[in-house]
Design a protein around this ligand. Structure first.
Ligand SMILES: [Zn+2]
Ligand SMILES: [Zn+2]
Length: 334
C-alpha cells in the first residue's frame, strides 16, 4: 500500500513525510482491515511531527479515518465486509484497570493513540480492533465525516464534562474547529451561547452558528455563565472565564497545554462560591459512539478542504499557517 511515513522529528517546512510502499497490514484476531477513503489532518499531527508530542517512529500519522471494512481477522464479528467505519484517536486501552472498568478508558496508563502509538490513516489501509471502530451514519460524505472523529468527538466530551443542561448559558473562549461543532450541539440542546474571541471573522461565524453574543475574552457578557469551555492556548483566559462564571459554575480547559502560565487566581474573587476547573484528556469510545449519531441528527456537516495523500506535507504547512478553509482532509484514490 501507499503511505506517507514519518521517520524523524522535524519542522513540517522540511516536508518530513515521505511516500513509501509498505506491505498491506494484516488484521490479527478481533481486528478489521479498513480500506481508507479519507483521513482528516489535525494540529496534533503537527505536534507529533515537530516533537511536542513525540510518536513511535517510524509512524503513519492520522486519527480521523473513514473507510470500508475490507477483511475480518479471526473472531471479528461486529462488522461485515463493506461496512463504512470511522476510527478516532483512541486506538486501544488495557480494558482491565480501574479507569477502563469505570468508563474512563481515556485515562488508562496503557492508552494508545491512533497515528501516534499505532499506524493511522495517512495510507491506503489500516488495521484496528473492531471494538475501536464505529459505524458511520450515512448523512455525511467520507471527507465530511472525518472532522467529527476528532474535533467533533473531543468537543462533545468537553461539552458533556462541562455539565451543561438544557436552557443554561455556555461561554466558549476561542472559536476554532472544535468550538464550531460544540456551538451547534449546544444550540441544539437549547443553550444560550456566548463566544469570546478576538477575530472579526470568527465572531461573524459564531453569530451565524447561533451565538447570542460575541466579544473579547476580557468583555462582560450580558449574563453570567453556567459553564465555560476554554479552547485557547493562553493562560490569561482562565481568570477571565472564572470572573464571568455563575456561582457553582464549571470551567473546562480543552487544550493539552497552555503556551504561557495561568496567572495567580484570586481565591475569593474567582474560585469561591463552588466554582470548578476541569481539564480534558483524550476521548473514550462512548464519546464517539454518542456523538456520531447526534451529529447526523442535528445535522452538523463540517466544511472541508480536500488534498491528495501525497500532498500531506503541503496540507499540514497550510494548517500551521492557518490557511485551510474548514477542516483539511486527505482523500485517497480508489
Ligand atoms: Zn485530532
Ligand atoms: Zn486501562
Amino acid at each position: 500500500m501507499k503511505a506517507m511515513v514519518l521517520k524523524e522529528i522535524s519542522p513540517i517546512e522540511n516536508e518530513p513525510l515521505k511516500m513509501e510502499a509498505l506491505p498491506d497490514p494484516v488484521p490479527g484476531p478481533g481486528q478489521i482491515l479498513v480500506k481508507i477513503s479519507a483521513c482528516g489532518i489535525c494540529h496534533t499531527e503537527l505536534d507529533e511531527i515537530e516533537g511536542r508530542l513525540p510518536p513511535r517512529l517510524p509512524i503513519v500519522l492520522g486519527h480521523q479515518i473513514v473507510g470500508r471494512v475490507e477483511r475480518l481477522g479471526s473472531g471479528a464479528a461486529k462488522f461485515i465486509l463493506g461496512d463504512r467505519v470511522g476510527i478516532a484517536w483512541i486506538n486501544s486501552a488495557c480494558g482491565k484497570c480501574p479507569f477502563c472498568k469505570g468508563g474512563r478508558e481515556n485515562l488508562c496508563s496503557a492508552f494508545r493513540g491512533t497515528g501516534c502509538h499505532a499506524n493511522g490513516g495517512y495510507a491506503q489501509y489500516t488495521v484496528v480492533s473492531e471494538d475501536f471502530a464505529y459505524f458511520m451514519p450515512e448523512r455525511f460524505s467520507d471527507a465530511e465525516a472525518t472532522p467529527l472523529l476528532c474535533a467533533g468527538a473531543i468537543g462533545y466530551r468537553d461539552l458533556t464534562l462541562s455539565g451543561i443542561m438544557k436552557g443554561q448559558t455556555l461561554g466558549l473562549f476561542g472559536f476554532g474547529a472544535s468550538a464550531h461543532i460544540v456551538i451547534q450541539t449546544a444550540r441544539y440542546w437549547g443553550c444560550e451561547v456566548f463566544v469570546f474571541t478576538r477575530g472579526e471573522e470568527h465572531r461573524n461565524l459564531a453569530k451565524k452558528l447561533g451565538a447570542l453574543w460575541t466579544g473579547s475574552p476580557e468583555d462582560e457578557p450580558p449574563k453570567k455563565l453556567h459553564c465555560a469551555i476554554d479552547f485557547t492556548p493562553v493562560g490569561e483566559t482562565v481568570p477571565q472565564a472564572l470572573r464571568v462564571l455563575e456561582k457553582g459554575g464549571r470551567l473546562v480547559l480543552a487544550v493539552i497545554r497552555k503556551r504561557n502560565p495561568i496567572p495567580p487566581l484570586d481565591y475569593s474573587q474567582l474560585l469561591w462560591d463552588e466554582k470548578e476547573i476541569k481539564s480534558v484528556a483524550n476521548i473514550t469510545r462512548k464519546d464517539a459512539q454518542e456523538f456520531l449519531p447526534l451529529a447526523a441528527e442535528i445535522p452538523i456537516i463540517p466544511e472541508v478542504q480536500e488534498f491528495k495523500l501525497e500532498e500531506a506535507n503541503r496540507a499540514l504547512i497550510l494548517l500551521k499557517q492557518g490557511k485551510i478553509q474548514g477542516a483539511g482532509v486527505l482523500k485517497m484514490d480508489d
